[in-house]
Design a protein around this ligand. Structure first.
Ligand SMILES: [Zn+2]
Length: 443
Protein backbone atom coordinates (compact mmCIF):
# COMPACT_ATOMS: atom_id res chain seq x y z
CA UNK A 1 0.00 0.00 0.00
CA UNK A 2 2.00 2.96 -1.24
CA UNK A 3 -0.78 5.36 -2.27
CA UNK A 4 -1.45 7.10 1.02
CA UNK A 5 -3.52 10.05 2.20
CA UNK A 6 -2.82 11.41 5.70
CA UNK A 7 -5.80 13.41 6.94
CA UNK A 8 -6.05 16.03 9.64
CA UNK A 9 -2.56 15.98 11.14
CA UNK A 10 -0.92 18.75 13.12
CA UNK A 11 2.31 19.52 11.27
CA UNK A 12 5.03 21.95 12.36
CA UNK A 13 2.52 24.29 14.01
CA UNK A 14 -0.13 24.05 11.27
CA UNK A 15 -3.45 22.32 12.00
CA UNK A 16 -5.64 20.03 9.92
CA UNK A 17 -2.97 19.26 7.35
CA UNK A 18 -3.61 16.59 4.71
CA UNK A 19 -0.64 15.03 2.91
CA UNK A 20 -0.78 12.85 -0.20
CA UNK A 21 1.99 10.33 -0.90
CA UNK A 22 2.70 8.80 -4.31
CA UNK A 23 5.81 7.03 -5.55
CA UNK A 24 7.67 7.69 -2.31
CA UNK A 25 7.19 11.46 -2.50
CA UNK A 26 4.80 14.00 -0.93
CA UNK A 27 2.76 15.10 -3.94
CA UNK A 28 0.08 17.30 -2.38
CA UNK A 29 -0.57 19.21 0.85
CA UNK A 30 -3.63 21.14 2.00
CA UNK A 31 -7.27 20.18 2.33
CA UNK A 32 -7.49 17.09 0.10
CA UNK A 33 -10.27 14.69 -0.85
CA UNK A 34 -9.45 11.03 -1.08
CA UNK A 35 -8.98 9.25 -4.39
CA UNK A 36 -9.92 5.67 -5.17
CA UNK A 37 -7.39 3.00 -4.23
CA UNK A 38 -5.82 5.25 -1.65
CA UNK A 39 -5.05 4.21 1.91
CA UNK A 40 -6.47 6.89 4.19
CA UNK A 41 -4.81 7.45 7.57
CA UNK A 42 -6.97 9.35 10.04
CA UNK A 43 -4.37 11.57 11.72
CA UNK A 44 -6.71 13.75 13.78
CA UNK A 45 -5.02 14.25 17.17
CA UNK A 46 -1.65 13.11 15.81
CA UNK A 47 1.46 15.23 15.33
CA UNK A 48 3.19 14.79 11.97
CA UNK A 49 6.96 15.01 12.20
CA UNK A 50 9.49 14.60 9.41
CA UNK A 51 11.01 11.10 9.73
CA UNK A 52 13.47 11.14 12.61
CA UNK A 53 17.20 10.99 11.87
CA UNK A 54 19.67 9.58 14.38
CA UNK A 55 23.28 10.71 14.10
CA UNK A 56 24.54 8.19 16.67
CA UNK A 57 23.39 4.56 16.46
CA UNK A 58 25.33 1.38 17.19
CA UNK A 59 23.94 -1.33 14.88
CA UNK A 60 26.69 -3.85 15.85
CA UNK A 61 26.74 -5.61 12.44
CA UNK A 62 29.23 -6.87 11.29
CA UNK A 63 30.61 -8.84 14.21
CA UNK A 64 28.19 -8.09 17.06
CA UNK A 65 25.08 -9.84 15.75
CA UNK A 66 24.32 -11.31 19.17
CA UNK A 67 23.47 -7.75 20.31
CA UNK A 68 21.94 -6.23 17.17
CA UNK A 69 21.90 -6.49 13.38
CA UNK A 70 21.16 -3.97 10.68
CA UNK A 71 17.69 -5.55 10.37
CA UNK A 72 16.83 -5.64 14.09
CA UNK A 73 18.34 -2.19 14.69
CA UNK A 74 16.42 -0.58 11.84
CA UNK A 75 13.21 -2.25 13.05
CA UNK A 76 13.85 -0.66 16.45
CA UNK A 77 14.48 2.61 14.61
CA UNK A 78 11.18 2.42 12.72
CA UNK A 79 9.32 1.59 15.93
CA UNK A 80 10.78 4.76 17.44
CA UNK A 81 9.79 6.90 14.45
CA UNK A 82 13.22 7.02 12.79
CA UNK A 83 13.63 6.81 9.01
CA UNK A 84 17.42 7.24 8.92
CA UNK A 85 20.23 6.22 11.24
CA UNK A 86 23.96 6.87 11.15
CA UNK A 87 25.71 3.64 12.11
CA UNK A 88 28.81 3.96 14.28
CA UNK A 89 32.06 2.41 13.13
CA UNK A 90 32.95 0.27 16.18
CA UNK A 91 31.96 -3.02 14.57
CA UNK A 92 34.11 -6.07 13.92
CA UNK A 93 35.71 -5.62 11.47
CA UNK A 94 35.77 -1.88 12.15
CA UNK A 95 34.11 0.29 9.50
CA UNK A 96 37.43 1.76 8.39
CA UNK A 97 37.37 0.73 4.71
CA UNK A 98 35.13 1.35 1.70
CA UNK A 99 34.21 -2.35 1.67
CA UNK A 100 32.74 -2.41 5.17
CA UNK A 101 30.80 0.88 4.88
CA UNK A 102 29.31 -0.17 1.53
CA UNK A 103 28.20 -3.49 3.00
CA UNK A 104 26.46 -1.80 5.96
CA UNK A 105 24.65 0.69 3.69
CA UNK A 106 23.58 -2.14 1.35
CA UNK A 107 22.07 -4.14 4.22
CA UNK A 108 20.03 -1.11 5.25
CA UNK A 109 18.73 -0.67 1.70
CA UNK A 110 17.87 -4.36 1.41
CA UNK A 111 15.71 -4.41 4.56
CA UNK A 112 14.01 -1.07 3.89
CA UNK A 113 13.05 -0.05 7.43
CA UNK A 114 15.36 2.97 7.50
CA UNK A 115 18.14 4.57 5.51
CA UNK A 116 21.46 3.44 7.00
CA UNK A 117 24.32 5.90 6.67
CA UNK A 118 27.58 4.36 7.82
CA UNK A 119 29.97 6.46 9.89
CA UNK A 120 33.60 5.81 8.99
CA UNK A 121 36.34 5.29 11.56
CA UNK A 122 38.82 8.13 11.97
CA UNK A 123 41.74 5.80 12.71
CA UNK A 124 42.57 2.28 11.53
CA UNK A 125 40.90 -0.26 13.82
CA UNK A 126 39.89 2.61 16.16
CA UNK A 127 43.42 2.23 17.51
CA UNK A 128 44.18 5.94 17.50
CA UNK A 129 47.50 5.53 15.73
CA UNK A 130 47.03 6.03 12.02
CA UNK A 131 44.33 7.71 9.92
CA UNK A 132 41.85 5.32 8.26
CA UNK A 133 41.05 5.41 4.52
CA UNK A 134 38.87 8.48 4.99
CA UNK A 135 38.96 9.57 1.34
CA UNK A 136 38.11 6.09 0.03
CA UNK A 137 35.11 5.87 2.37
CA UNK A 138 33.93 9.35 1.34
CA UNK A 139 34.15 8.40 -2.35
CA UNK A 140 32.57 4.95 -1.88
CA UNK A 141 28.96 4.16 -2.77
CA UNK A 142 28.17 4.79 0.91
CA UNK A 143 29.23 8.47 0.52
CA UNK A 144 30.45 8.70 4.11
CA UNK A 145 30.44 12.24 5.51
CA UNK A 146 30.67 11.59 9.26
CA UNK A 147 33.80 10.08 10.78
CA UNK A 148 34.16 8.94 14.37
CA UNK A 149 36.12 6.57 16.59
CA UNK A 150 33.14 6.65 18.99
CA UNK A 151 33.66 4.40 21.97
CA UNK A 152 37.18 5.78 21.86
CA UNK A 153 38.38 9.37 21.89
CA UNK A 154 40.70 10.54 19.11
CA UNK A 155 43.19 11.49 21.76
CA UNK A 156 46.35 12.38 19.78
CA UNK A 157 46.02 16.09 18.93
CA UNK A 158 48.05 15.79 15.74
CA UNK A 159 45.87 12.94 14.43
CA UNK A 160 42.75 14.94 15.34
CA UNK A 161 44.13 17.94 13.46
CA UNK A 162 44.92 15.83 10.39
CA UNK A 163 41.45 14.20 10.46
CA UNK A 164 39.75 17.61 10.65
CA UNK A 165 41.87 18.90 7.76
CA UNK A 166 41.15 15.82 5.67
CA UNK A 167 37.35 15.78 6.09
CA UNK A 168 37.09 19.53 5.40
CA UNK A 169 38.26 18.87 1.81
CA UNK A 170 34.91 17.17 1.03
CA UNK A 171 32.61 18.90 3.56
CA UNK A 172 32.77 16.02 6.03
CA UNK A 173 32.73 16.22 9.80
CA UNK A 174 34.59 14.53 12.64
CA UNK A 175 32.30 13.41 15.48
CA UNK A 176 34.37 13.26 18.65
CA UNK A 177 33.75 11.03 21.65
CA UNK A 178 35.25 13.47 24.14
CA UNK A 179 36.90 11.42 26.87
CA UNK A 180 40.44 12.13 28.04
CA UNK A 181 41.65 8.55 28.48
CA UNK A 182 44.24 9.14 31.22
CA UNK A 183 41.71 11.00 33.39
CA UNK A 184 39.17 8.18 33.09
CA UNK A 185 41.22 5.02 33.65
CA UNK A 186 38.86 2.54 35.32
CA UNK A 187 36.13 5.21 35.66
CA UNK A 188 32.66 3.86 36.51
CA UNK A 189 30.39 6.84 37.21
CA UNK A 190 30.39 10.63 37.57
CA UNK A 191 33.16 11.80 39.92
CA UNK A 192 31.83 13.48 43.04
CA UNK A 193 30.61 12.86 46.58
CA UNK A 194 28.35 10.02 45.43
CA UNK A 195 31.09 8.07 43.62
CA UNK A 196 33.09 8.27 46.86
CA UNK A 197 30.13 6.97 48.89
CA UNK A 198 29.43 4.13 46.50
CA UNK A 199 33.09 3.19 46.16
CA UNK A 200 33.06 3.48 42.36
CA UNK A 201 35.94 5.10 40.45
CA UNK A 202 34.99 8.62 39.37
CA UNK A 203 34.77 10.08 35.88
CA UNK A 204 35.48 13.79 36.21
CA UNK A 205 33.64 16.37 34.11
CA UNK A 206 37.01 17.83 33.12
CA UNK A 207 37.86 14.62 31.21
CA UNK A 208 35.10 15.56 28.75
CA UNK A 209 35.52 19.32 28.86
CA UNK A 210 39.30 19.36 28.27
CA UNK A 211 38.93 17.42 24.99
CA UNK A 212 36.04 19.62 23.77
CA UNK A 213 38.05 22.78 24.55
CA UNK A 214 41.05 21.44 22.65
CA UNK A 215 39.00 20.28 19.69
CA UNK A 216 37.03 23.51 19.14
CA UNK A 217 40.36 25.35 19.02
CA UNK A 218 41.75 22.82 16.54
CA UNK A 219 38.60 23.14 14.40
CA UNK A 220 39.00 26.91 14.41
CA UNK A 221 42.70 26.66 13.53
CA UNK A 222 42.16 24.44 10.48
CA UNK A 223 38.70 25.84 9.59
CA UNK A 224 36.94 22.47 9.74
CA UNK A 225 33.59 21.16 11.01
CA UNK A 226 33.60 19.46 14.41
CA UNK A 227 30.68 17.58 15.96
CA UNK A 228 30.75 16.72 19.66
CA UNK A 229 28.97 13.51 20.66
CA UNK A 230 26.83 13.17 23.79
CA UNK A 231 27.52 16.30 25.85
CA UNK A 232 26.96 15.49 29.50
CA UNK A 233 28.15 18.40 31.65
CA UNK A 234 27.24 22.05 32.22
CA UNK A 235 30.90 22.91 31.59
CA UNK A 236 30.78 21.30 28.14
CA UNK A 237 27.76 23.46 27.34
CA UNK A 238 29.72 26.59 28.34
CA UNK A 239 32.62 25.67 26.05
CA UNK A 240 30.36 24.96 23.06
CA UNK A 241 28.47 28.22 23.68
CA UNK A 242 31.78 30.13 23.73
CA UNK A 243 32.98 28.39 20.54
CA UNK A 244 29.76 29.17 18.66
CA UNK A 245 29.91 32.82 19.73
CA UNK A 246 33.42 32.91 18.23
CA UNK A 247 32.11 31.55 14.93
CA UNK A 248 33.72 28.11 15.19
CA UNK A 249 31.94 25.46 13.09
CA UNK A 250 30.99 23.18 15.98
CA UNK A 251 27.76 21.25 16.50
CA UNK A 252 26.79 19.22 19.55
CA UNK A 253 24.42 16.45 20.55
CA UNK A 254 22.79 15.30 23.78
CA UNK A 255 21.26 11.88 24.40
CA UNK A 256 17.69 11.43 25.68
CA UNK A 257 19.03 9.80 28.85
CA UNK A 258 21.29 12.74 29.69
CA UNK A 259 18.21 14.97 29.43
CA UNK A 260 16.32 12.92 32.01
CA UNK A 261 18.43 10.76 34.34
CA UNK A 262 21.02 11.62 36.99
CA UNK A 263 23.88 9.92 38.84
CA UNK A 264 21.55 9.28 41.82
CA UNK A 265 20.29 6.25 39.90
CA UNK A 266 23.66 4.56 40.42
CA UNK A 267 22.75 4.10 44.11
CA UNK A 268 20.93 0.87 43.33
CA UNK A 269 23.94 -0.50 41.37
CA UNK A 270 21.51 -1.29 38.52
CA UNK A 271 23.84 -1.48 35.51
CA UNK A 272 21.10 -0.45 33.09
CA UNK A 273 22.03 3.08 34.24
CA UNK A 274 25.74 2.59 33.42
CA UNK A 275 26.49 4.66 30.34
CA UNK A 276 29.43 6.42 28.68
CA UNK A 277 29.64 9.34 29.36
CA UNK A 278 28.13 8.73 32.80
CA UNK A 279 24.87 10.16 34.12
CA UNK A 280 25.70 13.45 35.84
CA UNK A 281 24.18 15.82 38.43
CA UNK A 282 20.78 17.58 38.46
CA UNK A 283 22.42 20.89 37.51
CA UNK A 284 24.02 19.27 34.47
CA UNK A 285 20.65 17.89 33.29
CA UNK A 286 19.10 21.35 33.65
CA UNK A 287 21.99 22.98 31.75
CA UNK A 288 21.68 20.41 28.93
CA UNK A 289 17.91 21.04 28.62
CA UNK A 290 18.45 24.80 28.55
CA UNK A 291 21.21 24.45 25.94
CA UNK A 292 18.99 22.31 23.71
CA UNK A 293 16.25 24.89 24.06
CA UNK A 294 18.49 27.89 23.22
CA UNK A 295 20.27 26.13 20.33
CA UNK A 296 23.71 25.74 21.93
CA UNK A 297 23.12 21.99 21.64
CA UNK A 298 21.96 21.33 18.08
CA UNK A 299 20.46 17.87 18.20
CA UNK A 300 19.30 14.89 20.21
CA UNK A 301 21.05 11.63 19.26
CA UNK A 302 20.27 8.28 20.84
CA UNK A 303 23.67 6.59 21.33
CA UNK A 304 21.59 3.40 20.95
CA UNK A 305 24.03 0.85 22.42
CA UNK A 306 22.66 -2.70 22.43
CA UNK A 307 24.29 -5.32 24.69
CA UNK A 308 23.34 -8.93 25.41
CA UNK A 309 21.71 -9.57 28.80
CA UNK A 310 24.85 -11.14 30.30
CA UNK A 311 26.83 -7.96 29.63
CA UNK A 312 24.45 -5.92 31.80
CA UNK A 313 23.09 -8.36 34.39
CA UNK A 314 26.27 -8.54 36.43
CA UNK A 315 28.06 -6.29 38.93
CA UNK A 316 28.23 -2.59 38.09
CA UNK A 317 32.01 -2.71 37.69
CA UNK A 318 31.85 -5.62 35.23
CA UNK A 319 28.90 -4.37 33.18
CA UNK A 320 29.25 -2.88 29.71
CA UNK A 321 28.53 0.82 29.17
CA UNK A 322 25.41 1.87 27.27
CA UNK A 323 21.65 1.55 26.88
CA UNK A 324 19.41 1.11 23.84
CA UNK A 325 17.58 4.25 22.83
CA UNK A 326 15.89 4.14 19.43
CA UNK A 327 12.49 2.92 20.61
CA UNK A 328 12.22 5.30 23.58
CA UNK A 329 13.99 8.46 22.33
CA UNK A 330 10.91 10.38 21.27
CA UNK A 331 8.97 9.55 24.44
CA UNK A 332 11.88 10.57 26.65
CA UNK A 333 12.30 13.83 24.72
CA UNK A 334 8.57 14.53 25.03
CA UNK A 335 8.71 13.85 28.77
CA UNK A 336 11.90 15.84 29.46
CA UNK A 337 11.58 18.90 27.23
CA UNK A 338 8.21 19.04 25.42
CA UNK A 339 5.83 18.38 28.32
CA UNK A 340 7.99 20.75 30.43
CA UNK A 341 7.38 23.54 27.90
CA UNK A 342 11.00 23.95 26.75
CA UNK A 343 10.59 22.65 23.18
CA UNK A 344 7.67 22.76 20.74
CA UNK A 345 6.97 19.88 18.35
CA UNK A 346 8.44 22.04 15.58
CA UNK A 347 11.63 22.23 17.68
CA UNK A 348 11.53 18.43 18.02
CA UNK A 349 11.39 18.18 14.21
CA UNK A 350 14.50 20.35 14.07
CA UNK A 351 16.59 18.60 16.74
CA UNK A 352 15.58 15.03 15.77
CA UNK A 353 15.31 15.34 11.99
CA UNK A 354 16.35 18.35 9.90
CA UNK A 355 19.48 19.36 11.84
CA UNK A 356 20.95 15.87 12.27
CA UNK A 357 20.34 15.34 8.54
CA UNK A 358 22.10 18.62 7.82
CA UNK A 359 25.11 17.73 10.00
CA UNK A 360 25.38 14.32 8.30
CA UNK A 361 24.83 15.86 4.83
CA UNK A 362 21.91 13.49 4.33
CA UNK A 363 19.67 14.43 1.40
CA UNK A 364 15.88 14.51 1.52
CA UNK A 365 15.26 16.24 4.87
CA UNK A 366 15.80 19.90 3.98
CA UNK A 367 12.12 20.71 3.27
CA UNK A 368 10.21 18.69 5.84
CA UNK A 369 6.63 17.74 5.03
CA UNK A 370 6.62 19.88 1.88
CA UNK A 371 5.46 18.96 -1.63
CA UNK A 372 8.27 17.33 -3.58
CA UNK A 373 10.11 16.02 -0.53
CA UNK A 374 10.69 12.28 -0.04
CA UNK A 375 7.85 10.87 2.06
CA UNK A 376 9.69 10.32 5.35
CA UNK A 377 7.03 10.95 7.98
CA UNK A 378 6.34 10.00 11.58
CA UNK A 379 2.88 10.35 13.13
CA UNK A 380 2.88 10.53 16.92
CA UNK A 381 0.05 10.45 19.44
CA UNK A 382 1.29 12.84 22.14
CA UNK A 383 -1.73 12.25 24.40
CA UNK A 384 -0.94 8.56 24.81
CA UNK A 385 0.85 7.45 27.97
CA UNK A 386 1.84 3.98 29.02
CA UNK A 387 4.02 1.86 31.25
CA UNK A 388 6.77 0.51 29.01
CA UNK A 389 6.95 -3.22 28.64
CA UNK A 390 9.39 -5.64 27.02
CA UNK A 391 6.95 -5.71 24.07
CA UNK A 392 7.88 -2.09 23.30
CA UNK A 393 11.52 -3.07 22.72
CA UNK A 394 11.84 -4.09 19.07
CA UNK A 395 15.61 -4.50 18.68
CA UNK A 396 17.54 -7.63 19.65
CA UNK A 397 18.70 -6.21 23.00
CA UNK A 398 16.61 -4.90 25.87
CA UNK A 399 19.20 -3.06 27.97
CA UNK A 400 17.00 -0.12 28.87
CA UNK A 401 15.99 1.35 32.22
CA UNK A 402 12.56 2.36 30.92
CA UNK A 403 10.71 -0.97 31.03
CA UNK A 404 8.24 -0.66 33.91
CA UNK A 405 8.23 3.16 33.77
CA UNK A 406 5.48 5.48 32.60
CA UNK A 407 6.36 7.50 29.49
CA UNK A 408 4.22 9.73 27.27
CA UNK A 409 3.71 9.61 23.52
CA UNK A 410 3.39 6.79 21.02
CA UNK A 411 4.60 6.41 17.44
CA UNK A 412 1.48 5.36 15.50
CA UNK A 413 2.81 5.45 11.93
CA UNK A 414 6.30 5.62 10.41
CA UNK A 415 6.66 6.11 6.67
CA UNK A 416 10.08 5.57 5.07
CA UNK A 417 10.36 6.70 1.43
CA UNK A 418 6.62 6.35 1.01
CA UNK A 419 6.41 2.91 2.64
CA UNK A 420 4.68 2.20 5.96
CA UNK A 421 7.10 0.57 8.41
CA UNK A 422 4.85 1.17 11.44
CA UNK A 423 1.11 0.92 10.83
CA UNK A 424 -1.40 1.78 13.56
CA UNK A 425 1.25 1.31 16.25
CA UNK A 426 2.52 -2.06 14.98
CA UNK A 427 5.72 -2.83 13.07
CA UNK A 428 5.08 -3.97 9.50
CA UNK A 429 6.59 -7.37 8.65
CA UNK A 430 9.79 -7.49 6.53
CA UNK A 431 8.16 -9.11 3.47
CA UNK A 432 5.49 -6.41 3.29
CA UNK A 433 8.09 -3.64 3.66
CA UNK A 434 10.25 -5.04 0.82
CA UNK A 435 7.24 -5.61 -1.43
CA UNK A 436 6.04 -2.04 -0.88
CA UNK A 437 9.49 -0.60 -1.67
CA UNK A 438 9.48 -2.58 -4.92
CA UNK A 439 6.05 -1.21 -5.76
CA UNK A 440 7.32 2.37 -5.18
CA UNK A 441 10.44 1.63 -7.26
CA UNK A 442 8.38 0.32 -10.18
CA UNK A 443 6.08 3.35 -9.92
ZN1 LIG B 1 30.50 7.72 22.54
Amino acid sequence: MTRILIRGATALGAHDVDLRIRGGVITARGALTNESGERVIDARGLVALPGLVDLHTHLREPGGEASETVLTGTRAAAAGGFTAVHAMANTSPVADTAGVVEQVARLGDRHGYATVRPIGAVTVGLAGEQLAEIGAMAQSLARVRVFSDDGHCVHDPLLMRRALEYVSTFDGVVAQHAQEPRLTVGAQMNEGALSGQLGLAGWPAVAEEAIIARDVLLAEHVKARLHVCHLSTAGSVDIVRWAKARGIAVTAEVTPHHLLLTEELARGYDASFKVNPPLRRDEDVLALRAALSDGTIDIVATDHAPHPTEAKECTWAEAAFGMVGLESALSVVQHAVVDTGMLTWADVARVLSSTPAEIGRLDGYAHPLQIGSPANITLVDPSHSRVWGAVDMRGRSVNTPYVGRQLPGRVMYTIHRGVLTVDDGALVEPEAVSAAHQEVFRG
